[in-house]
Design a protein around this ligand. Structure first.
Ligand code: GGG
Length: 370
């Protein structure tokens, strides 16, 4: 008997903290415009936890039955987390975003970096096309672990140890994903971020697994670079990059640096993927909660909107869907609307304009709807 085909998706909407609460309505506005235009059925479930406000009220970031509450959701659309005045950053991050990534085995963090027409670039003599690459960040292990401890706390003999974890399964699966991605692109080039001259156990292992994986992809040109010179080349020679694969920490740093080189981190989207679709994937802007600008209504909503487009693209490729074409077209149209508004539309202050978050969201939604 043929498997039942899906016609709609259920999205958990998690605004979180700070400007997450301001950019989320714009993301939803654009998703609704796309849904209307392409007759997509999206159901939303708004979540008021996974935030520092919730922590203040309850002493934890999420309720004990968070999994049950999210049962039936196909994806999570996430704003931002963190409010250090209320909750230490490592508590809020580990209690929400990192928990989702690990518990839902979202082992790929895909972060596109692109210089758009009309966006002022801080790098000299760069034009659109010069910066257009994908960072693939390992998302469930590496340097982001809670393994370690403190001894002799508060004394002169204080010792702090923080462990990293590089499993063969975890390393191979992110490398495989990155090679597959590179193999499907025009340039077929993969940069492997490493630091095996300094980090003498885990990084030589990472390199070894990358070399082994490369044997299966003879059509992909591979380039191994130490993270220090790699960051310099993001600034000095961004045209070198097509797909970049990196450990959790290196990928986090590269995917903030990349968008900063392309004008503003306010544009950078991210997809936290379980490619096998055993669990819901999570889509969020790269930026955080930005307490310094929260409340002014000036946050750039493009990263949130573009993340929503990535979500439609991922959902549209679900084999359980009868016809994914309208979902993929909706992704393409949102991206086109973003391009048009960035080239010649309202701009938030991070791009030198004086537009409000809502002005940009409305302009993009209008283009998507018509
Ligand atoms: N938009 C998600 C967010 O709030 N990110 C803040 C952050 O600190 N992220 C760290 C990470 O992505 O690992």
């Amino acid at each position: 008997m043929a498997a039942a085909q899906k016609t709609s998706f259920r999205i958990a909407v998690i605004p979180g903290d700070g400007i997450g609460k301001e950019v989320m309505p714009e993301g939803l506005r654009v998703l609704e415009a796309a849904a209307e235009r392409f007759s997509l059925t999206l159901e939303y479930q708004t979540i008021d936890w996974a935030s520092c406000d919730y922590y203040e009220q309850t002493g934890s970031m999420m309720p004990a039955d968070w999994r049950e509450q999210l049962a039936g959701c196909d994806a999570l659309y996430f704003g931002a987390v963190g409010w250090p005045a209320k909750v230490p950053d490592h508590v809020s991050l580990w209690g929400s975003l990192l928990k989702f990534r690990r518990e839902f085995d979202q082992y790929i963090n895909l972060r596109p970096v692109r210089l758009f027409e009309g966006v002022p670039c801080p790098l000299a003599n760069r034009k659109p096309g010069d910066i257009d690459f994908l960072v693939v960040r390992e998302n469930t292990e590496g340097e982001y672990t809670s393994l370690g401890g403190r001894m002799f706390e508060g004394t002169e003999r204080e010792v702090v140890i923080q462990e990293s974890v590089f499993s063969r399964i975890g390393t191979d699966r992110v490398l495989r994903y990155a090679f597959e991605l590179a193999a499907g692109r025009a340039r077929k080039h993969l940069t492997v971020a490493t630091k095996s001259n300094g980090i003498a156990v885990s990084m030589p292992y990472w390199d070894e697994r990358a070399e082994e994986m490369a044997r299966h992809y003879p059509g992909v040109a591979t380039d191994r670079q130490h993270i220090d010179i790699l960051t310099a080349r993001f600034v000095l020679q961004p045209t070198r990059f097509d797909v970049v694969v990196a450990s959790n920490l290196f990928g986090d740093i590269l995917s903030d640096l990349g968008p900063a080189c392309a004008g503003t981190i306010g544009l950078a989207p991210s997809a936290n993927l379980d490619p096998e679709r055993r669990f819901p994937s999570l889509f969020e802007p790269v930026h955080g909660s930005a307490p310094d600008i929260y409340g002014k209504g000036i946050a750039n909503p493009v990263a949130m909107i573009w993340s929503g487009a990535l979500m439609l693209d991922f959902l549209g490729r679900d084999p359980a869907l009868a016809d994914g074409t309208p979902w993929l077209r909706a992704h393409d149209l949102i991206l086109r609307a973003i391009e048009i508004v960035l080239a010649d539309g309202p701009r938030t202050p991070d791009l030198g304009g004086d537009a409000k978050t809502e002005d940009v969201g409305r302009a993009i939604a209008r283009l998507v709807r018509t």
